[in-house]
Design a protein around this ligand. Structure first.
Ligand SMILES: [Zn+2]
Length: 245
């Protein structure tokens, strides 16, 4: 049994159904994982980290003991934790904010351009088409996979309605607003979409990307281990980052 299939069977055993136990971590599994994290008082980040694995190993509550037995109690494969650290294509384990220098190196270094698989324009200069964005080489492949999925999930008019065609910046070496720490954009590990309709201090439902039709967009990022500050903290809904809080 792969770690992914173990994860799905344990979530199901705990009463968080994630569809067929097929070892493919998609939106249903991530949603189940987030529901489990919330119920257990763990950080709701959709990441199968050590705390989640430990909680999943415990027997499900008496209420769903029957389900638990039906699914069978199993321990994760011995290399499970290690495999998460090695960043599988479906569950990446990006560093936390205080670990970014150690993981990504100096700000502004190791950058690479990626092709954007749909039409984008500069948010503040809408006659300027954007075909590439610059990201850190460690997360570039992951971002490309997400953007391809976004291109397949939404039509051009749906992307325009959501503002997914409005590029608000990726690499940008600068300090955080009102602080001395570097912004996550300084390492090219964050991307902004439609900043005008998702202003920094706007919450749901004012921020456009907090609406229900944006959910598949966020789930596509979360399936690759990226974090939305909007989804996690209800501000800065323009922003997604390959960094955990
Ligand atoms: Zn940002």
């Amino acid at each position: 049994m792969t770690f992914e299939a173990w994860l799905q069977s344990r979530l199901t055993a705990h009463g968080f159904a994630c569809g067929p136990i097929d070892g493919i971590v998609g939106p249903l599994t991530i949603a189940a994982l987030r529901g489990f994290e919330e119920a257990r008082g763990l950080p709701v980040d959709g990441m199968a980290d050590e705390a989640v694995v430990a909680a999943l190993r415990q027997l499900a509550s008496r209420v769903d003991e029957e389900t638990a037995e039906a699914v069978e109690r199993r321990d994760p494969p011995e290399d499970a934790i290690q495999r998460i650290d090695l960043a599988s294509p479906t569950i990446n384990r990006w560093p936390r904010q205080n670990e970014v220098s150690a993981y990504f190196g100096a700000v502004g270094t190791r950058q690479t351009p990626i092709e954007i698989p749909f039409d984008m324009v500069l948010a503040w200069s809408k006659w300027t088409r954007i075909r590439r964005m610059t990201l850190h080489e460690k997360i570039a492949g992951s971002a490309e996979r997400v953007l391809r999925l976004v291109a397949e999930t939404y039509s051009a008019s749906e992307r325009a309605a959501l503002g997914l065609d409005l590029f608000g910046g990726s690499l940008n070496v600068r300090r955080m607003r009102g602080g001395s720490r570097y912004s996550m954009h300084s390492w090219g590990i964050a991307i902004d979409f439609d900043p005008e309709r998702n202003q920094l201090r706007w919450n749901a439902p004012r921020a456009r990307l907090s609406h229900a039709d944006a959910l598949p967009f966020w789930q596509a990022w979360e399936a690759e281990g990226w974090l939305s500050l909007g989804r996690a903290r209800n501000y800065d809904w323009m922003h997604v980052q390959a960094v955990r809080l």
